[in-house]
Design a protein. Structure first.
Ligand SMILES: [Fe+2]
Ligand SMILES: [Fe+2]
Length: 307
């Protein structure tokens, strides 16, 4: 059937939800998401790079490569979810999602600048840094979960897409990645890689809005379809296993090659952090199955106000 509109929200089909949680995120995105990756000064980072040991550079480049490929993947794979939301006429959510995709594109640009201007990787193939579990997650599970929406944008498929994208890739892997990054950079000294630190700080803020939207999306789907909770929980557990394997593989790579992690970082610290992030999200989503849509909205706003 040819797609047609039954009316438009902004001219009275239903009230435009200006105070809704997605619109709050949109307002935030317009205030905080406007940083320009091209403006970040990387000249001091170049010095830090030259001063770093071979082992430290290898560790850092592995992390950067994983982030870079991940940002490209999430940029490539978000569109089917935006499309699914748009098909349901959720204009407020789609408005926020325009900033979401734009921000992912900026993250791609930021890491590309670091790779080319600081690490000077040129045409070098860095895909050896992408471990087997990473490949399963980013080459297969993420695109499969998202592009399935093109054929069938059902609530169940939207739930799986958001669990994969927002909860695991952004919520566990990216957040654990930032944590590991700070850990990695902090041990190198106070003023090292200031441009990278600045960019990661901005990225982290952007990602917190993306994750907040994901939690909201999943919560509203679960609140409207409590029987789908099992699907979300099973998918989360399965993907979390893969994510933890990846974190381990990254650390094993360094340990096997150099007999230790750079500057003896504690691997348990990173794994504990990743597990904690996962538990926090799981508990929030678990509450959603006993909540009404209005309660989901209220809780999202309350958490945002306290953040
Ligand atoms: Fe990103
Ligand atoms: Fe993101």
């Amino acid at each position: 059937m040819e797609k047609r509109h039954e009316g438009f929200v902004t001219v009275g089909m239903r009230p435009f939800r200006r105070d809704s949680f997605p619109m709050r995120l949109f307002q935030k995105a317009k205030r905080l998401g406007i940083w320009n990756p091209s403006d970040i000064d990387l000249s001091m980072d170049k010095r830090s790079w030259l001063a770093a040991s071979e082992e430290e550079r290898d560790g850092l480049l592995g992390t950067i490569a994983a982030f870079q490929a991940g940002e490209e993947a999430v940029t490539l794979d978000l569109l089917p979810l935006i499309q699914a939301v748009a098909l349901e006429g959720r204009i407020e959510e789609e408005m926020f999602l325009t900033s979401f995709l734009w921000e992912e594109a900026k993250h791609v640009e930021f890491f590309q600048r670091f790779m080319q201007e600081v690490a000077e990787v040129g045409e070098r193939d860095l895909s050896d840094y992408l471990t087997p579990s990473y490949r399963t997650l980013f080459y297969e599970r993420l695109p499969q979960a998202l592009h399935r929406l093109n054929q069938d944008p059902s609530p169940k498929n939207q739930l799986i897409a958001s669990v994969t994208y927002n909860m695991i890739i952004e919520g566990v892997l990216a957040e654990t990645g930032y944590f590991g990054f700070y850990d990695q950079l902090q041990v190198l000294g106070d003023d090292v890689f200031p441009g990278l630190m600045e960019g990661i700080g901005k990225l982290k803020q952007d990602e917190s809005r993306h994750i907040a939207y994901g939690i909201y999306l999943i919560s509203r789907i679960v609140a409207a379809n409590p029987d789908l909770w099992e699907v979300a929980a099973t998918e989360m557990a399965d993907l979390m296993g893969l994510a933890m394997r990846f974190v381990n593989e990254r650390m094993q790579y360094q340990i096997q090659k150099y007999g230790r992690l750079p500057r003896d970082q504690d691997p348990q610290k990173v794994l504990t952090y990743a597990g904690g992030q996962y538990q926090k999200r799981l508990q929030r989503l678990d509450r959603a199955r006993r909540q009404s849509l209005a309660e989901v909205e209220q809780e999202a706003i309350a958490i945002d106000l306290n953040a």
